[in-house]
Design a protein around this ligand. Structure first.
Ligand code: HEM
Length: 496
């Protein structure tokens, strides 16, 4: 009886605290519009259901924001989220609040304190050490790896040449996996030839379970999730992937220690230095566990994103033959008939291809929302509201990229030339943020662009692409077309 009374007392105290706090946050943001909500759960129902309805609901929320102040408030149970669509407001949040929102916690058992979800204090010092590793001078060294893997991709696409439409994403994903693994860990995985390894299967299973937790709200509390078979499956798979990365880290550490002892071997060796190799002997002596967490974070954050951008761009070029012809002319001006891989000088000349990729990332923003914990009070100049600490902000990059107020009445059209310097000059710098914005933006953005442009350059010089439409979309952490990236490839004739 006593225990029951204590429990009731604790529950009532929590309830009082929660409703007082909620009222305070509600009052502070009373000027913001909000869709009709249900008692206790608030707007949580809008985020349940299948990935397609989730995207529809997000679009509905964006419409409310566009009609009002460019911002909407939403209650997910006791948590207040403010969705932002104005570049100026997004800029304030992304420059000032660098802590990731709690929604990323499902990645914690896998990525620990790796850069992608690192808590703020740790993130600041680790990011400083990692930045030089992604410097252009370093990543340009990886062009040879990219070009070799692009050649394998071209060979693999041959089996589809001249045939019916097929989903190109698995081909591209295998290629980007090979590139990201070799450049980050120094290990050749050869996924393009042998895609069914236990390691890859484990990675795939973990991503599916995390995705499921995001959309099945009853699976979110750890105390419930841990009772399900998915928790065991996730643990098993995480152990398998971590064992793999741990072994690579240990191997590289031994190599690093040996090279310290034998300086002549270290300086004479011509071996390509992977990201992992460059993380030894820095200002921070990373532990093996920290190295594993960073490398796993980099391979997770860098692979599917890059593959999706390539696949969407191929679709758009397949649907817009006139633009594909222009891009091909640009490629011919750089390479003539040569099928060699792109150098950094070649990449610098691909101005039209770069605009095409940007326009593809605008229309199909593969990370469609960015969520931050508001850990200090911030004033949002466009919607005129002060966000109190304790709330969360969600920047709707996908919706912002399609806003007619920013991009004009043809915002839904594919027009790469909107990224010409003279047409971009008056645009707010935060109006286009496929790589997020501010100091916690994507650390691999230049590397991503190098991979994307090199692969597209190789594919377009070898194959003509045809596609009809991208069709409906869905969100599964990233943005996917419901029906896949269906296109045809036809080998180009070599004209001498
Ligand atoms: C076109 C390809 C890419 C896109 C669209 C992209 C997009 C993004 C975005 C939007 C974020 C911020 C996510 C958030 O705050 O929720 C991010 C972070 C990150 N990305 Fe990328 N990314 C791409 C390629 C890459 C590549 C190639 C790498 C590395 C090989 C990489 C590594 C990372 C890492 C480590 C972070 C966390 C940064 C931090 O918190 O300091 N990304 N990326």
């Amino acid at each position: 009886m006593f225990i029951l009374l204590v429990l009731i007392f604790v529950a009532c105290s929590y309830w009082c605290y929660w409703s007082l706090n909620s009222r305070k946050l509600d009052k502070a943001t009373e000027d913001l519009p909000t869709p009709p909500a249900m008692p206790i759960i608030g707007h949580a129902m809008m985020f349940l259901g299948d990935p397609q309805s989730l995207l529809r609901n997000i679009e509905e929320i964006a419409q409310i924001a566009i009609k009002e102040k460019g911002a909407v408030k939403l209650w997910l149970g006791p948590k207040l989220y403010v969705a932002l669509l104005n570049p100026k407001d997004a800029q304030v949040v992304l420059e000032n609040c660098l802590d990731k929102d709690g929604v990323y916690r499902f990645l914690r058992p896998w990525l620990g304190h790796g850069l992608f979800i690192a808590p703020l204090g740790l993130w600041k010092s680790h990011r400083r050490v990692l930045i030089p590793v992604f410097h252009n001078k370093v990543i340009e060294e990886y062009l040879e790896v990219i070009s070799k893997q692009a050649d394998v991709l071209l060979e693999r696409l041959e089996e589809q040449s001249g045939k019916e439409k097929f989903d190109v994403l698995p081909y591209i994903t295998a290629c980007t996996l090979d590139i990201v693994f070799e450049t980050s860990m120094g290990e050749r995985m050869d996924v393009q030839h042998s895609p069914d390894t236990p390691y890859l299967q484990a990675r795939h299973d973990i991503i599916s379970i995390i995705n499921m937790r995001l959309f099945k709200v009853w699976m979110q509390p750890d105390c419930i999730f841990n009772l399900t078979r998915y928790a065991k499956q996730q643990k098993r798979n995480i152990q398998l992937t971590q064992k793999f990365t741990n072994e690579v880290v240990q191997k590289r550490r031994i190599e690093y220690e040996n090279s310290k002892k034998d300086q002549t071997a270290a300086t004479s060796g011509k071996k390509l230095k992977a990201v992992l190799d460059l993380l030894f002997g820095r200002e921070i002596e990373f532990t093996d566990e920290q190295l594993r967490e960073h490398i796993d974070s980099i391979t997770i954050a860098g692979n599917d994103t890059t593959a999706l951008v390539i696949a969407y761009t191929m679709m758009l070029l397949g649907m817009h033959q006139d633009v594909q012809e222009r891009v091909l002319k640009e490629q011919e001006a750089i390479f003539g008939n040569s099928k060699r891989g792109a150098t950094k000088e070649d990449l610098q000349q691909m101005h039209l291809l770069e605009r095409v990729v940007k326009e593809s990332m605008r229309l199909y923003t593969v990370i469609p929302v960015i969520a931050r914990n508001i850990d200090k009070t911030v004033f949002l100049p466009d919607c005129g509201v002060t966000l109190p600490s304790g709330t969360s902000a969600v920047v709707g990059a996908f919706a912002m990229h399609r806003s007619k107020a920013i991009w004009g009445s043809d915002a839904d059209e594919f027009d790469p030339d909107r990224f010409l310097p003279e047409r971009s000059r008056d645009r707010h710098p935060a109006a286009f943020m496929p790589f997020s914005y501010g100091s916690r933006n994507c650390i691999g953005r230049n590397f991503g662009m190098i991979i994307i442009k090199s692969i597209l350059s190789s594919v377009l010089r070898t194959y003509k692409i045809e596609a009809d439409e991208i069709g409906p979309l869905k969100i599964e952490m990233l943005l996917f077309p419901v029906n896949g990236h269906q296109l045809r490839v036809i080998k180009r004739e070599i004209v001498n």
